[in-house]
Design a protein around this ligand. Structure first.
Ligand SMILES: Cc1cc2nc3c(=O)[nH]c(=O)nc-3n(C[C@H](O)[C@H](O)[C@H](O)COP(=O)(O)OP(=O)(O)OC[C@H]3O[C@@H](n4cnc5c(N)ncnc54)[C@H](O)[C@@H]3O)c2cc1C
Length: 461
């Protein structure tokens, strides 16, 4: 590790920012988090992790706590609105093959664990980042040579913070990314047009987590494993996902076709980007419209309706979220780098955005730990390696999430065939082969003692 202490600013305290902070802490690197929200509030949805990240979460000391708040999940049943089952995807083999069962948990429970592992004095709340300036022109008492080693970060409350590098973990509509692109362009560095194009957005989604329910009524809760149920509308315009959690709660997610049509031309695209930005954090009222459309659907657990389940969910934990996806090409400048949804946004159909953010952190923090110095060249070389090591996997995740979305929502004879093959007729060997490929790499960091690879299918990294 570098002999000069490295100072890092993380922008954003979502899953990506907090995991990065915990890893930096383990690596002995100084950091502070700037978060725009005044308090920690999290949408009431579920989040699932597989062995791909559970191994590193064990290595950094989080697995035991995560296991306590989770339910292990074993299979997903996909059925039509009238109750007809069209397929079952099984995942029980995960522990034997990859060392861990897949685990599902309520997102607020996960965030509580992550927050408990970060020194609260290192998270500065109410700090909305507006600007990021590399090599500021003047700093009190600093020589010209010194200036080249700093980045200054400016917040809406007028405060300014300094670090050797900035990690933008500020989500899909990242301000750090916007500023970085502007700064690169002003220096004459090319940023591809695609990086300015709007997100691909054709679905919206409402999520909630019920209050604890009676297992005598919702008998699925008596099962030791979580079993997902996915219900598809007759015309595939909606899908409903039901996921039992620990403490007898059920997490649910309703996906539907978007209200606003996709922009047809470049002029409309800019308008759409602005519109998406405005509606990226819809609250409970906006959620009601979509909920009403699916109230009458059969609930597979009790023979009642989805409406019953919605009624068992406190209104304040029902939220509407955006299901947009996009892969960004430009991930860093000399001293500013992006991580998580800020550089690759997936939708939650097999794309696993939080998983990708954790994988980013594994690679980035490993490289920062091994930095020979805080010089601009060493830092930007580390960022180049980070992008090179992560780009392909993250891009595949974005593509997989798009294909996953289509499987649950696209109409047509060919899609029906693909659904039947994927959910019902895929040979077992092909199913396992596909799963092995997805779980092939379960990386850990190099600066901590390794955890054993307990799976019968060994990890590539
Ligand atoms: C319904 C749903 C289910 C999902 N399920 C899964 C799953 O099962 N598995 C999985 O791996 N992934 C899942 N995901 C995806 C996953 O939640 C995200 O990819 C992940 O949380 C992204 O984390 P992040 O830290 O990159 O960004 P975010 O969570 O968006 O965090 C960004 C943070 O930055 C802050 N911020 C923004 N702008 C600024 C600014 N200017 N200044 C300071 N702070 C700022 C925000 O307030 C926020 O706290 C799901 C997503 C959804 C919507």
């Amino acid at each position: 590790m570098t002999s000069q202490p490295l100072k890092v600013i993380i922008v954003g305290s979502g899953i990506g920012g907090l995991i990065t902070a915990i890893m930096l802490d383990r690596a002995g690197i100084e950091y502070v988090i700037l978060e725009k929200r005044k308090t920690h509030s999290v949408i009431g949805s579920a989040i699932a992790f597989t062995a791909v990240v559970l191994r590193v979460l064990e290595q950094i000391g989080l697995y035991e706590d995560i296991h306590k708040i989770s339910k292990e999940f074993s299979r997903t049943t996909i059925s039509m609105q009238d109750g007809k089952v069209i397929g079952v995807l099984d995942g029980e083999f995960a522990q034997e093959r990859y060392g861990y069962y897949n685990e599902i948990m309520a997102r607020p429970d996960l965030m509580n664990i992550l927050l408990s592992r970060v020194d609260s004095s290192k998270i500065l709340m109410g700090k909305k980042v507006l600007n990021v300036i590399e090599q500021p022109e003047d700093l009190e008492g600093a020589s010209k040579d010194d200036l080249s080693k700093w980045v200054s970060v400016h917040c809406s409350d007028g405060c300014q913070y300094l670090a050797n590098l900035v990690i933008g973990c500020d989500g899909a509509y990242s301000a750090v990314r916007q500023r970085m692109y502007q700064n690169l362009q002003s220096k004459g560095i090319h940023v591809p047009k695609i990086d300015f194009a709007p997100f691909r957005f054709d679905q919206h989604c409402v999520v909630g987590v019920s209050k604890p329910l009676d297992p005598e009524v919702y008998t699925i809760l008596q099962k030791p494993f979580c079993e997902f149920d996915v219900i598809l509308a007759k015309d595939y315009s909606y899908s409903i996902w039901l996921m039992p959690l620990n403490n007898n709660r059920i997490s649910w997610m309703i996906n539907g076709k978007m209200f606003t049509p996709q922009a047809a031309n470049k002029k409309d695209a800019k308008k759409q980007l602005e519109e998406n930005f405005k509606i990226s954090e819809w609250g409970p009222e906006a959620a009601e419209e979509l909920c009403d459309k699916v109230r009458g659907f059969t609930c597979p657990y009790i023979g009642g309706t989805i409406g019953d389940l919605i009624d068992h969910t406190p209104k304040e934990v029902i939220s509407k979220v955006m299901l947009e996806d996009k892969m960004f090409e430009t991930w860093h400048s000399d001293r500013v780098v992006l991580l998580g949804d800020a550089c690759h946004k997936v939708v939650p159909f097999g794309g696993q955005g939080a998983t990708q953010a954790i994988l980013d952190a594994v690679v980035l923090v490993d490289l920062l730990h091994a930095l020979p110095s805080t010089s601009t060249r060493d830092i930007s070389d580390a960022f180049k390696k980070y992008r090179a090591l992560r780009y392909d996997t993250a891009k595949s995740a974005v593509a997989a999430s798009r294909q996953g979305g289509a499987l649950f929502s696209a109409k047509g004879f060919l899609m029906d065939l693909l659904r039947a093959f994927t959910f019902k007729y895929m040979p077992r060997w092909l199913y396992l082969w596909t799963s092995d490929r997805i779980q092939a790499s379960r990386p850990i960091v190099s600066f901590l003692p390794p955890v054993p690879d307990r799976g019968s299918v060994k990890s590539l990294a």
